[in-house]
Design a protein around this ligand. Structure first.
Ligand SMILES: NC(=O)c1ccc[n+]([C@@H]2O[C@H](COP(=O)([O-])OP(=O)(O)OC[C@H]3O[C@@H](n4cnc5c(N)ncnc54)[C@H](O)[C@@H]3O)[C@@H](O)[C@H]2O)c1
Length: 311
């Protein structure tokens, strides 16, 4: 693969930090652009250039973009429950700032983008595994609406301005560096509570099925699509449906002691089961997930243990 100059928005965050590391390991040059609102400077790999900047600074963004071959756009506000409380902030940062970025790219002559979207755009799936040719659904929260709207604007820049664009719809990423506040994701919540001997909140008695994709596998998917042209939509998942109670069991096995469960019953609006087919991505690039859930959880426990010990 030819070496590229890659501009990573949100590269100080959970997923972006792994994407930056993966690209550097593959020999690409990486610039991380991040306002550190939820990201962490120390998570940016040393060999990446770092610019502390905000996407709303149009001129600064345009100047910083010059000379890059491609943008990987991860910067966004993420926790779904927060989006319900702050819909305007989510629209400004996830939609308007995406359009700002696209405009700055057009002016700077950078016409290739990879975008972090989410399986949430599919809503409650009618068929499983969820294939990449399934239609998107009406969004049920502002975060989902913001991802769908951003996907729409990227399609506009493909058709109006000839951008090459790849939309990656992530399923449930997990792994080291996930330091979100408030934490709303299952894996870090289970591990953090378990390590502190706190009760773990569990809905639906752990019967919900999700597709947990280890973050290094997810990061590798970004590297695999850099050369694609046109407008592409891919699912990035492990392609395995796993119950929350199976995650609980795997973490119990790793820690070697029983976990304290706080049974919170049912929760309105939850999708009972969702997992991916990434067949289109596999066919286009040869990518597929490699890290087993057990291995990924072990590495994640090591990370959170280190954090607790102040390592
Ligand atoms: N974590 C998940 O479960 C998940 C699932 C599907 C999709 N995604 C998407 O993946 C992307 C990365 O998510 P994450 O979990 O790594 O979140 P994160 O909060 O760890 O990372 C987001 C990064 O973007 C930066 N940022 C936010 N707004 C910015 C702005 N205006 N200007 C510059 N930098 C800004 C933050 O400082 C942070 O470093 C997001 O687009 C998210 O919607 C995440």
């Amino acid at each position: 693969m030819t070496q590229m100059r890659v501009f990573v928005t949100g590269g100080a965050g959970f997923i972006g930090s792994h994407v930056a590391r993966e690209l550097l390991a593959a020999g690409h040059a990486v610039t991380v652009f991040d306002n550190l609102s939820t990201g962490h400077r120390q998570q940016v790999p040393r060999d990446a250039a770092f610019i502390k900047g905000d996407l709303k600074q149009d001129q600064r963004l345009e100047t910083a973009l010059a000379g890059h071959d491609i943008v990987i756009h991860l910067a966004a506000l993420v926790p779904v429950p927060v989006s319900v409380l702050r819909p305007v902030d989510f629209t400004e940062n996830n939609v308007v700032n995406t359009v700002r970025l696209l405009e700055a790219m057009r002016r700077a002559g950078v016409r290739r983008i990879v975008f972090s979207s989410s399986a949430t755009v599919y809503g409650n799936p009618k068929r499983l595994p969820l294939r990449e040719d399934e239609p998107v659904a009406l969004p049920s929260n502002p975060y989902g609406a913001s991802k769908l709207a951003a996907e729409g604007f990227i399609a506009v820049y493909h058709s109006l301005h000839g951008f090459d664009a790849t939309i990656l719809r992530y399923f449930n990423p997990y792994g080291p560096n996930e330091l979100c506040e408030p934490e709303t994701h299952v894996v870090p919540n289970i591990i953090r509570a378990a390590l502190n001997d706190l009760p773990i909140p569990v809905f639906w008695q752990g019967e919900q099925v999700r597709d947990y994709i280890y973050v290094e596998d997810l990061a590798r998917a970004h590297g695999s699509v850099l050369n694609l042209t046109g407008l592409n939509y891919f699912n990035v998942g492990s392609e395995k449906g796993v119950k929350v109670k199976e995650v609980l069991q795997a973490v119990t096995d790793i820690l070697g002691h029983p976990l304290r469960i706080d049974d919170l019953g049912e929760r309105a609006g939850d999708v009972p089961a969702i997992y991916a087919s990434s067949e289109r991505l596999r066919k286009a690039t040869g990518w597929q997930a490699k890290v087993s859930l057990e291995e990924g959880l072990e590495r994640t426990v090591v990370f959170f243990r280190g954090l607790k010990a102040g390592v």
